[in-house]
Ligand binder design. Sequence first.
Ligand SMILES: [Mn+2]
Length: 363
Amino acid sequence: MHLDSAFTGDDARFGARRRRQLREAFERALHLTRDRKADAFCVAGDLYEDAYAGKDTAEYLRRCLAEIAPTRVFLAPGNHDPFAPTSVYGQMHPLPSNVTLFDERTFRPERLADGLTLWGMGQTSALDHARALGGFACTGSGTHLLLFHGSDQEHMPPGKETIAPFSDMEISRAGAAHAMVGHFHGKLQGPHYAYPGSPEPLNISQDGEHTASIITVGDGAVNVAFEPLNSTRYVVADLDVSPYADSSSLESAIKERLASIVTSPGAIFCRLRLVGAAAPSLDPDLLTMRSEIREAYPGCDLVADFAAFDLDAIQHEGNTVRAAFVRETRSRMAAASSAAEREELATALKLGLLAFARKRLHQ
Ligand SMILES: [Mn+2]
C-alpha cells in the first residue's frame, strides 16, 4: 500500500490527493474481501511508510480492519513498515480482536481451518538482507501457506533493493503450497508464490499490473486469481516534433495528444516526451507550456528530448564528419531516381543527425 507515501517532487496538494487515492485503494481491497466472502485478509508488508505515517494512520487502520470482523486479518511487516513498539503497528495497540500481527523475524503458525496453516514472518528493520526463509520448514500435516515481505532473487526489477531474498525452490522445500509475498510493485507469479503488485502505482516506473491476489484452497490444491485494484496509472508517450515548424502548431499537437491520453485528469499521469528532429524555425516556450500542463493535468509532465538541425549551417560548419555526412546524403537525395529512395535518404539523414546529437533514434 505505502500509505502516507511522500510523492516528493510534486506540489503538496498533488501529494495529498495521491495519498487519499492510496487509502481509497486500501478500502477497495477491504470491500473485495467482503464481496468475495473471503475468510482472511492478508497484507504482505509495506502497508504504510514508517517515515511519514503517524497516529492518524494507526487509528485509520484500526477502524478499517475492525470493520471487516469477523473476517480475520494478517499483517506481515516489510522494509517500509518494520515492526517496532514505537511504530504505527505499535500505536495500533490494542489491535482489534480479528487482527494478527506477525511481529517477529521468524515464521509463526496460525491455524486458519482444519488442515490449513498460515505461517507469517515480519521484518523488524528497514534493511533486512538476510534470507527470508533461512532454512525454515513448515511442521505438521495439511496445507501450509506463507505470508512475508521479500525479494524473489531470480526476478529482481531493475533498481529494486534486495530485501529478505528467497527463491521459489526454498518455498516448496519448506513444505509450503503457496507464499503470499510483497515488495515488488508489479504483479508477478511464480510456481509457488505471487506478488499481487502494489494496489496503486507510486511512480512512472511502475507500469505493471496492480491487483489483489485471491487465494482459494481446496483438497490441498491452491488456486491463485488476480483482481485489478488500481484507479490510477502512469503513461509514457512520445510526440515527434518534426512535422511542426512553428510553436503554435506544436502546442496544439501537445494539447490534443494529452487530451487523448489523460481522459481522467488526476488519475492518469502522463510523461509526454518530445522527440525527433525539430525544424530550425521551431522555438517553443516549453517552460510556460510545462506549467500550464501541470495545472490542467496534475502529475503530468513534458520532457524535451528533441534535436534541432539547420542543414545549411551544418553543411558549412567545417571539416567535420557530420558536415560530410549531410553534404553526401543531400547530393544523393538530389540524384535519387525515385520518391521512395529520396524518402529513405531523408530518413537516413534525420536518424544520422540524431545519432550525431546523441539523441534517441525516433522516426
Ligand atoms: Mn518493500
